[in-house]
Design a protein around this ligand. Structure first.
Ligand SMILES: C[S@@+](CC[C@H](N)C(=O)[O-])C[C@H]1O[C@@H](n2cnc3c(N)ncnc32)[C@H](O)[C@@H]1O
Length: 402
């Protein structure tokens, strides 16, 4: 934990972010942008807010149980949960009273010690799903998903290399270390205001999890190719693909949300990625028009996000469980209908930020059973428990016939 005593100002910001997420159902990103807007906090204070909000949300059910509060947390009970969090982590705030005396609190703790899922901040629906899908593997992943996330950045090869980037960042007070096995990744090792650096403004790096960088690497993109990123979003992986292409060839970034493509364009400009074209998917015709045109195709499909819970713990307390069947249908649809954009001899990656087989290998197997013109070259689940990266899955497939 970053500090033992929280100021009243930080306490207020943390409470405001929690209220936005838990009572008003805002996403965590939205809540942060709202509470930080106009604040001009120093980097360490901003980090303190995100650290505490993240830590509380990762184990919300545990702190709620300690506070004798039921989920979903009602507005009037948020302070009890916050008080339980502070007391459990031996933190103090001038504006929040301890929940109870230490002996009574220790008694509450001791009653929960046998409940592994609760201690890992895992809701019952997720624990059931994880056990059903991952069996013996699940407890280690469940624990890893409750850990504090690591900050990774990707050196933008269009402008620099990893060593030059590390040196320039150090001069701006950002300390880093290289990440073994991920050629473009640096791990940020201090609480620094990354996005306020000149290095960032110059487009030398993007914040991107090391696992996400590996997914982009798996597509084996080369300069001069015709590449499509069909679920590009804000362009995290698009920009990594552009770096592999070194400005040569064409990279088409598509999505169903225009505002995400607009963000992507701004990021591409800063990164110096000039061979990216964006296109909104308005209907199935957008896909049909470019059938069999791509050497490489990335399908980074909408998913549950159950591999990236460290970074987005709010996912556990929203409506993810109810959305799973809808997502499964969408994933199968995208695989089947978007794969037609790939040329014969071309390769595609189907990827998710989930570690659940139902969204991953099972989708790929079902697709291959229906489409013998594709073959699986390899697939991999990036387990959060292994290297501290977020959890991802990718399958590399080749189109072998029309
Ligand atoms: C996992 S996110 C993509 C993340 C992005 N590739 C990155 O690395 O930053 C999935 C994206 O799929 C988009 N999406 C949802 N439905 C879609 C559809 N039917 N066709 C294409 N994209 C879709 C979402 O808007 C979202 O941006």
């Amino acid at each position: 934990m970053s500090r033992a005593i929280l100021t009243a100002e930080l306490t207020e910001l943390i409470a405001a972010a929690l209220e936005l997420v838990l009572v008003q159902q805002a996403t965590l990103d939205r809540a942060y942008s709202k509470v930080f807007s106009g604040q001009r906090l120093v980097a360490s204070d901003q980090a303190a807010v995100t650290t505490h909000v993240g830590a509380l949300l990762r184990k919300l059910n545990l702190y709620a149980a300690l506070a004798h509060v039921n989920l979903p947390v009602a507005a009037g009970q948020l302070n009890h949960v916050f008080a339980a969090y502070l007391q459990a982590n031996q933190l103090k705030s001038p504006s929040i009273k301890p929940l109870t005396n230490q002996d009574a609190f220790a008694q509450r703790w001791s009653l929960l010690q046998d409940n592994g899922a609760l201690l890992d901040g895992c809701p019952a629906w997720l624990d059931k799903l994880g056990q059903a899908q991952l069996a013996d593997k699940w407890p280690a992943e469940r624990a890893a998903l409750a850990a504090e996330p690591t900050r990774f950045i990707r050196a933008n090869w269009l402008k620099t290399d990893r060593e030059r980037l590390a040196k320039r960042l150090e001069k701006e007070g950002v300390t880093t270390q290289t990440v073994r096995g991920v050629a473009s990744a640096l791990q940020v090792t201090n609480h620094s205001a990354l996005f306020r650096t000149d290095t960032y403004q110059a487009g030398w790096f993007e914040q991107q999890d090391a696992g996400s960088q590996l997914v982009a690497d798996a597509l084996d993109v080369q300069p001069g190719m015709r590449v499509i990123d069909a679920c590009a979003g804000n362009g995290g992986k698009t920009l990594a693909l552009a770096a592999h292409m070194q400005g040569k060839g064409r990279l088409l970034a598509m999505d169903v949300e225009q505002w995400k493509l607009d963000n992507l364009k701004k990021r591409a400009k800063r990164a110096g990625a000039h061979n990216i074209e964006t296109r909104l998917i308005a209907s199935s015709k957008t896909i049909k028009r470019i059938a069999m045109s791509a050497d490489r195709l990335l399908l980074d499909v909408p998913c549950s996000g159950l591999g990236v819970l460290k970074r987005h713990p709010d996912t556990k307390w929203g409506d993810t469980a109810e959305r799973l069947p809808v997502l499964a249908e969408l994933q199968a649809h995208i695989l089947t209908s978007y794969s037609r954009m790939l040329k014969v001899g071309g390769k595609m990656v189907y990827a998710t930020c989930s570690i659940m087989p139902s969204e991953n290998r099972e989708q790929v197997d079902q697709f291959l059973a229906e489409k013998p013109q594709f073959k699986l070259l390899k697939d991999e689940t990036l387990w959060p428990s292994l290297r501290g990266f977020d959890g991802f899955y990718y399958a590399l497939l080749e189109r072998i016939a029309e």
